[in-house]
Design a protein around this ligand. Structure first.
Ligand SMILES: [Zn+2]
Length: 382
């Protein structure tokens, strides 16, 4: 028992983020970006998937799958074909899942019709793919309560094909997904017009009654506050940037909670061109993005299920009473913020088994409340 506690204590989220190693991400990006391209229409995609799957197979405890799906004929797919992507699972004690992913396919949009055109795609999106792989390397060193799934998506540049295939499969197979962290273009802190910010990564989230993505974004901020020296998320309350898309949206479309991480100042002239090269990747910045993903996933991976039936007592009063369905043995956290605050301002942990709390001298008329399991995405009170 003592030994068990000790090994868990040694590998808390805080301990784990110290183990992120940028040099391994550099190796993976160097290898894959040296291929002429990784266009989903080409055999180079299959080659890249094999390399990534081999990297995951070297990590003890992971179950690695090369998942096949059909890329239908379309604007960016001249001939319908079966293609692949990589899904690596670290089984937990429960079947509730946290997914971390980035896409490994690339495209050259300057020479649109030439599928063989150079597309190193070092930042878009080997940065996201390699940080997921690095999270897997560190997280596989211990067993987690919940299951972790690390994904290298393909077909992103053809219209989110790979993430759509996985999200639809998840739905068909009834996967319980607590959160999807999709990292796309997370490897550079500066643009060529002189703007730079090494201290933040943007987190995009969609607000919808069908999923809890906005609350996931708020939780990422609250949970990581002060935990990663000199680095924090910048929440953006939008689905994505204008005219752009990402793999998180495929999961949102199936009703799953999912957000997108993207660097603060993108250099658009290097995206989807032969200029998306490894020498423009800032590995210290990328390591911090990996730490934020890791810290978030490690917390979510130990969380109990979210509470249900979270309600305000509607009576007029100076104090606020919140109720939820109690679960024996489970502790919950009550969060609150001003109606004008985008982020949580206060939180209190409630004793195990309880399903009610009174917050004295806080008026619900001016305040938004939520309740979450410890380390889990909170649910807003209704
Ligand atoms: Zn991308």
């Amino acid at each position: 028992m003592l030994l068990l506690c000790l090994s868990v204590a040694l590998q808390s989220p805080r301990e784990l983020i110290a183990q992120v190693d940028a040099s391994r991400m550099r190796e993976n990006i160097a290898h894959l970006s040296s291929m002429p391209n990784r266009n989903t229409n080409n055999t180079t995609l299959t080659e890249a998937a094999r390399y990534i799957a081999d990297q995951y197979r070297q990590i003890p405890g992971l179950q690695v799958e090369i998942m096949k799906y059909l890329a239908p004929k379309g604007q960016r797919v001249p001939i319908q074909k079966e293609v692949v992507e990589v899904v690596a699972t670290l089984p937990g004690f429960t079947d509730r899942k946290v997914i971390i992913g980035g896409h490994f396919d690339s495209i050259n949009m300057v020479e649109r019709t030439n599928l063989e055109a150079a597309a190193p795609g070092a930042n878009d999106d080997l940065s996201g793919m390699s940080q997921a792989l690095e999270c897997a390397r560190v997280m596989a060193r211990r067993k987690w309560k919940n299951t972790l799934v690390f994904v290298a998506f393909s077909g992103e540049e053809q219209g989110l094909l790979g993430s759509t295939a996985l999200a639809k499969r998840a739905k068909a197979e009834n996967w319980k997904i607590d959160a999807v962290l999709s990292d796309d273009i997370v490897g550079s802190s500066r643009s060529l017009n002189g703007q730079s910010d090494r201290h933040h990564v943007r987190v995009f989230s969609e607000e919808s009654p069908k999923h809890n993505s906005r609350e996931l974004a708020r939780f990422i901020e609250w949970n990581s506050r002060g935990k990663i020296p000199g680095f924090s998320p910048k929440l953006v309350f939008r689905r994505d940037r204008f005219q752009r898309g990402g793999d998180h949206s495929s999961f949102n479309a199936e009703g799953y909670t999912a957000v997108r991480f993207t660097e603060p100042y993108e250099e658009f002239t290097r995206q989807h061109t032969k200029e998306d090269l490894i020498q423009y990747v800032d590995f210290d910045f990328l390591a911090n993005v990996a730490r934020l993903n890791l810290y978030t996933a490690a917390t979510l991976a130990e969380a109990d299920p979210a509470p249900t039936d979270v309600r305000y007592d509607p009576k007029q009063a100076h104090d606020t009473i919140i109720r939820w369905a109690p679960v024996s043995g489970s502790k919950f956290v009550v969060y609150w913020r001003d109606t004008t605050s985008p982020i949580w301002q206060r939180a209190i942990t409630v004793d195990a088994g309880k399903g009610e709390i009174t917050i004295p001298k806080v008026n619900k008329d001016d305040t938004i409340f939520a309740v979450g399991s410890i380390g889990g995405v909170p649910v807003e009170a209704k």
